[in-house]
Design a protein around this ligand. Structure first.
Ligand code: SAM
Length: 232
């Protein structure tokens, strides 16, 4: 999956309208706040940083972490909302988090192999977190058609991990489904290809052919768990 994002970095922003909607929903409860140090895990090409000015959020130091150098090369290095912006090309599963006032992660933590461990590290180092994590119900139309299983965790498992990891935090959690509609097969296929959603595109020939010519193309759904945690 990480290669999928690197390969599609240039077109990701253009094909990430759902990720933008997710960031808007995730950050709405933080509007008009002032934060010292902010971490953005899996910051990609900067959807989170770009959303801050409209929300009236002010930050001293914004630190964006991403494993893909290609995605980071498209991330802004300054913002009217942040006094300084730093970008680090690291794996968020193998990094020690510097103590921060707020950790944000939008549409990235579903790829963590050990989600409980990453959340445990966040709970120890951050006063507040805002996380949006996709579930196995995302792209269910595609998985049903291809008769494949989502590599992502079910909503129940994600909620359980968050509840356990942030035990000492005041927790607000909710689930939302986002739908994208398409008028033709070509735009549907472009969305899958350019949005970096196919996980590297390693489909067997028969399934790839069937996807290209027979997939029902009218809509794609995405389900995400939203979690706001504040140290009590
Ligand atoms: C769907 S994009 C989301 C980007 C951005 N947060 C947004 O909302 O548009 C997921 C990002 O997570 C990054 N990512 C995935 N696994 C990672 C890991 N283990 N460590 C750091 N970044 C990772 C990918 O490179 C990609 O940029």
């Amino acid at each position: 999956m990480r290669h999928s994002f690197s390969k599609r970095a240039k077109t990701y922003a253009e094909f990430s309208s759902v990720q933008k909607r997710i960031v808007e929903r995730l950050l709405a409860p933080l509007a008009c706040g002032c934060y010292g140090r902010v971490l953005d895990l899996g910051c990609g090409s900067g959807t989170v940083l770009k959303a801050l000015p409209a929300l009236g959020v002010e930050v001293d130091t914004f630190v964006g972490l991403d494993i893909s150098a290609q995605m980071l090369s498209l991330h802004p290095t300054a913002s009217p909302s942040a006094k300084s912006v730093r970008l680090e090309c690291v794996d968020f599963e193998n990094t020690e988090f510097v103590p921060s006032d707020l950790a944000i992660s939008a549409s990235s933590l579903q790829w963590a192999q050990n989600l409980a461990q990453v959340c445990g590290h966040l709970a120890q180092s951050c006063k507040r977190v805002a996380l949006a994590i996709h579930t196995s119900a995302s792209l269910h139309e595609l998985h049903t058609f291809l008769n494949t299983h989502s590599p992502l965790r079910e909503a129940k498992e994600v909620c359980g991990i968050l509840e356990q990891s942030f035990k000492g935090f005041k927790q607000t959690m909710w689930v939302e489904t986002f739908k994208q509609e398409f008028n033709d097969r070509e735009s549907f296929l472009q969305q899958l290809k350019r949005g970096g959603l196919l996980g590297g595109g390693a489909l067997p020939f028969g399934k790839a052919k069937s996807l290209k010519f027979n997939v029902p193309y009218h809509s794609l759904s995405y389900e995400a768990i939203f979690f706001i945690g504040e140290l009590a």
